[in-house]
Design a protein. Structure first.
Length: 308
């Protein structure tokens, strides 16, 4: 919750979707544990926030009125906090309970999430739908995800998010899928779920760019971080990705130079490849491989990082 933007209507700031999910989960846990005073305080807080449909406020108000009538002794107790006590369940368990709660309310909830994920462009809502699918205990979701990723053409970034969902659901084994213009074998059990899960070799390439830009070109490094994160996910399991793991033959410097040149060109219109190659020690013998890496990155940028 530290990164969420939540304020009341008086401050004219919206309660964002990801933040709303957090509070909905917390509310469910409070009710399950008979913490009715805290639940009432949470509902009063939510009703002061803006950005939701009127139907949502009506539901919160109806629940609040029922709680106040059923448990009047708790009406003036409880407070909303931004932290979860140490003895409460983990964030993953909170998400699991929230998904189960939504499923109990609506038997077609899983199908709705699948439709949202599969039939809409990659967006925050798509990612949220995939996260929720991670926790629904419906075997048919596994089959749907497997058919989707093996039979349909999907943007590489969305494809990677689906792989993460499959791993979170506990799916196992190796699958062969098309990644761009090639086929890649993916071991579901080793798909990275967090940035720190990627091999150190991947991060060391970014560190090379940081060494050259972090002080004198902080804006370039900021965008380099974002592009590298997106690109690594998009090429995961491909020949390009495997070459990033080879810490010899100048490959780390080649990828660092390609990243630097791509971002520099995008920000400043800088086309001086020769200058970039000199910074990273890319000799004439390595120039062809540099151009291959640079071309891969430029094609990714041209395709649109956030559009399937």
């Amino acid at each position: 919750m530290k990164d969420s933007k939540v304020t009341t209507k008086e401050n004219n700031i919206v309660l964002f979707p990801k933040t709303l999910d957090y509070y909905q989960i917390q509310l469910t846990v409070m009710l399950e544990n008979e913490r009715y005073g805290e639940a009432m305080a949470m509902l009063r807080f939510l009703m002061q926030c803006q950005g939701q449909e009127q139907k949502q406020y009506d539901e919160w108000n109806a629940l609040l009125q029922w709680l106040e009538a059923a448990f009047p002794q708790y009406a003036d107790s409880g407070a909303v906090t931004d932290t979860v006590e140490e003895d409460e369940v983990s964030e993953v368990e909170l998400a699991r309970r929230h998904a189960r709660f939504k499923q109990e309310q609506d038997a077609g909830y899983g199908n709705k999430l699948l439709q949202m994920a599969m039939d809409q462009p990659l967006s925050e809502q798509t990612i949220l739908a995939l996260e929720q699918l991670s926790y629904l205990e419906l075997p048919e979701i596994d089959d749907a995800l497997l058919r989707w990723i093996t039979e349909r053409e999907i943007h590489p970034l969305l494809q990677f998010r689906v792989l993460q969902t499959m791993r979170r659901r506990g799916m196992e084994g190796t699958i062969e899928i098309r990644r761009g213009d090639e086929k890649a074998e993916i071991d579901i059990e080793t798909v990275p779920l967090q940035p720190d899960d990627f091999p150190e070799a991947i991060m060391r390439i970014l560190e090379r760019v940081a060494d050259q830009t972090e002080v004198h070109e902080p804006t370039l490094f900021y965008f380099a971080q974002e592009l590298w994160s997106q690109f690594v996910m998009a090429v995961y399991g491909t020949k390009d990705y495997r070459s990033m793991l080879i810490e010899e033959d100048g490959l780390p410097d080649i990828w660092a130079a390609a990243l630097h040149q791509t971002v520099s060109e995008s920000l400043n219109g800088n086309n001086s490849e020769e200058e970039t190659r000199a910074i990273y020690g890319i000799t004439d013998a390595l120039r062809f491989r540099f151009e291959q890496a640079y071309r891969s990155m430029r094609l990714f940028v041209a395709s649109g990082m956030n559009t399937p």
